[in-house]
Design a protein around this ligand. Structure first.
Ligand code: GRF
Length: 202
């Protein structure tokens, strides 16, 4: 059965585009049902519309968290969604929301978890002096950036890196790892791919 996927964004939506590209393949075990943004000015909205995917804006401002999450929940249920992919969605979901969607929410985080949770991840990595960094796709639990890991991509950290150059390299890995991890989450066999720029294991 083909799973209906919602993608939640707040900004550019480059990971969303990677997921939509993957789902455009008829052999992929999921289809995009809906893209939701908490920000009306998220550039990702137009990118989703351009490929014919339904979008909805659910602002968080001026609402309590339970109100915001009730609207989110209603939209997801109305779209008959089976899986939720957080892709640069800049709101932390409550334990109540997460427990209402058990084992149904994925997130991508731009570090090799459990290292460097939260915000300013690339600054944290450079400050720590690590020689590799990367991205992690994980199941979302009530613990921030703490759920079981589905897949990771590893990239080198160069001596000349700054947060922006490292972020760009990690993002290239994200766009490969997230679709592969989504497929893995839907039961596809694990894969490992190595290139000169990065390694990813899903
Ligand atoms: C990505 O780096 C992701 O890891 C983080 O937010 C960023 C979103 O970028 N959670 P985009 O909107 O997908 O381009």
């Amino acid at each position: 059965m083909t799973t209906r996927v919602a993608i939640l964004i707040s900004g550019l939506g480059s990971n969303m585009v990677a997921l939509l590209d993957a789902m455009a393949d008829a052999a992929f075990p999921a289809v995009p049902a809906l893209v939701i943004s908490n920000r009306a000015d998220a550039a990702g909205l137009e990118k989703a519309q351009a490929v014919g995917v339904a979008t909805q804006v659910i602002p968080h401002r001026g609402k309590t968290k339970p109100q915001f999450e009730r609207e989110l929940d209603e939209a997801l249920r109305a779209a008959n969604v089976g899986l939720i992919c957080l892709a640069g969605f800049m709101r932390v979901l409550s334990a109540d929301f997460v427990s209402a969607w058990p084992g149904k929410i994925l997130n991508i985080h731009p570090s090799l978890l459990p290292a460097f949770r939260g915000l300013h991840v690339h600054e944290q990595a450079l400050e720590a002096g690590v020689k590799v960094s990367g991205c992690t796709v994980h199941w979302v639990t009530a613990e921030l950036d703490g759920g079981p890991i589905i897949g990771q991509g590893v990239v080198p950290v160069r001596d000349a890196d700054n947060p922006a150059t490292l972020a760009a390299r990690v993002q290239r890995a994200e766009h490969i790892v997230y679709p592969a991890a989504l497929a893995r989450a839907l039961g596809k066999e694990p894969e490992t791919l190595e290139t000169s720029d990065f390694l990813f294991v899903v």
